[in-house]
Design a protein around this ligand. Sequence first.
Ligand code: GAP
Length: 442
Amino acid sequence: MSSEQTAVTLDKLIALCKRRGFVYQSAEIYGGLNGVYDFGPLGTLLKQNIKNAWTSSVRGFGDVVMFDGALLGPQAVWEASGHVQNFHDPMVDCLNCKKRYRADDIDLNKSCPACGVKKWTDIRQFNMMFKTQLGASSESTSIAYLRPETAQSIFINFKNVLATSRVSIPFGIAQIGKAFRNEITPKQFLFRMREFEQMEIEWFCKGETTSHFFDAWKEARINFFYGLGISKNKVRLRPHAKDELAHYSTACVDVEYEFPFGWKELEGIAHRGNFDLTQHSQHSGKDLSVFDDETKQAYLPHVVECSVGVDRLFLTLLFDSYAEDIVEGETRVVLKLAPALAPIKAAFFPLTKKQNDQMEAIFKNIRAKTGLELQFDLSGSIGKRYRRQDEIGTPLCFTYDFDSDNDHCVTVRNRDTTEQKRIAFDSIESYLLDTLKASAAR
Ligand code: GAP
């Protein structure tokens, strides 16, 4: 095997995602919906593995309970959170070709990249929330918004969770769920979408401990990305300058990844102070404070938030794990995903149809015993079957060949090294589980 690496491009990833059933353009047969994507069978599995890894990592930090809030929120929530007033992006139009841009995405001293004419409108602020109306009434009380972040449903339920769970300050509430933003220019595939999923943890603590927890979360989060196998030289922490801070945050650090289109935010870690609980207390008129048994005083907890997009992390993992090398004179595409993330953990091949029944019995037995996502494949040459599995990141392939009836062994082939060795039928399960365990410990 040659270790030659070929640069990954967005176009190669998009093609691979479609070819292998990871991601499709949404409503493709109707011309597609810009910034909206559907996840196919393998994409769904990869997403689920990402979510599982995230959940166990944030729950490993301390007392963390899970939450699943509604997607729709009444206007009052988004007024209190500041999103109605502040959740804007600057927008500008080309007066000649009518193309619309995010003003901070282009140089307004230059001509329109689409038509070459320099004739811009003034910059306007565009609110990115999707607004809708509940029921048939046209009153303002029936206005609702699709949530632009999952966090607010946690804040407005803070007291409910505290009262009904066996947790006390400091503790976290974690949520994975959809968020919606009417991005002016969705782009770079899963990087900037209009409908996406977030994984957010709100860590509630006393004000004087926030800096300590802010630092502890920064460390935990960067270690999470290392643990997924992401190249260490491609991830960094970048503190926000004061003029970059979102309306709710006192301090913020981005975890950035070096995409082919530059260093970009992968996750935001924010010191939100007690901004959110203060706002919701004032706007709802409900007391959201907590009583401190030590000081005998009520206080509003502060919050450290870590927020990462499932889809953006999905894209990052594809970029980071994609490789091309030469195997037996042919270029192969391989996703070197950590085995714990790989959608399919192992594939089982009979060398020819003659070995079909024996290998299918082994495959079904291992699948029933382990509950893992495994594939059985008998179509095409062995080389083609290996390539198919390499492209989707399957760590191990087991082949039942002409000798297997006699020696009761199969050949196991490693995705990354392409090395092959023979192992006994009754070692397959432990070999597979050990490979997965080793990757979980990275
Ligand atoms: N609650 C804080 C919050 O929402 P954010 O920086 O706006 O902060 C957090 O978003 C994360 O959500 C980002 O770091 C990114 O991973 C993901 N994200 C945000 N907008 C996105 C979009 N349009 N498409 C895909 N992912 C997005």
